[in-house]
Design a protein around this ligand. Structure first.
Ligand code: FES
Length: 165
């Protein structure tokens, strides 16, 4: 699934940037270090905004396209921050065959939010995940880490209502 770039405003701190620079310096001259740099950058910021990718590009002398290519290709990297209500729908095989595709489409429709993005006000994020190891409850999703299972798309409005206060 193609990832979407966020429209949520980037709010990195000087402290986060100092940590990021320290990570980049730690890997200076190490071959194949881009994956661990991006992983550690994501630990620092929670996701990989374009501003952070740009710092990494500048400091490592790596073309932006290359960094963006890696960040957008691997499912482990997030281009968007979690929303206050972070919805993650499993599209692993067991969930998919039990209709999780319909469920994620329903969230997308009701929230008017493309999969893989965060609403501009930062309230909701919607993402597809791989198997989260709860296949017995398929189809499964989490909202802010809380697991919901054995769902149909008819359950989606009720789940949203719980978080709409
Ligand atoms: S495939 Fe969805 S939890 Fe395993």
């Amino acid at each position: 699934m193609k990832k979407k770039l966020t429209t949520v405003e980037f709010r990195g701190t000087a402290e986060q940037e100092a940590k990021l620079i320290a990570v980049i310096e730690k890997y200076a001259g190490v071959k194949g270090a881009m994956m661990p740099i991006l992983q550690e950058a994501q630990e620092i910021y929670g996701y990989l905004p374009i501003e952070v990718q740009r710092i990494i590009a500048d400091k490592t002398g790596t073309p932006m396209e290359e960094i963006y290519g890696i960040a957008s290709f691997y499912a482990q990297f997030k281009l968007n921050p979690n929303g206050e209500v972070a919805i993650a729908v499993c599209l692993g095989t067991a969930c998919y065959v039990k209709g999780s595709g319909d469920i994620i489409d329903e969230f997308s429709k009701l929230l008017d939010l493309p999969v893989g993005s965060t609403s501009p006000d930062g309230k909701y994020s919607l993402e597809a995940t791989r198997c989260i190891g709860a296949c017995g409850l398929a189809p499964v999703l989490t909202v802010n880490g809380e697991v919901y299972g054995r769902l149909t798309k008819a359950d989606v409005p009720g789940i949203l209502a719980k978080y709409q206060a």
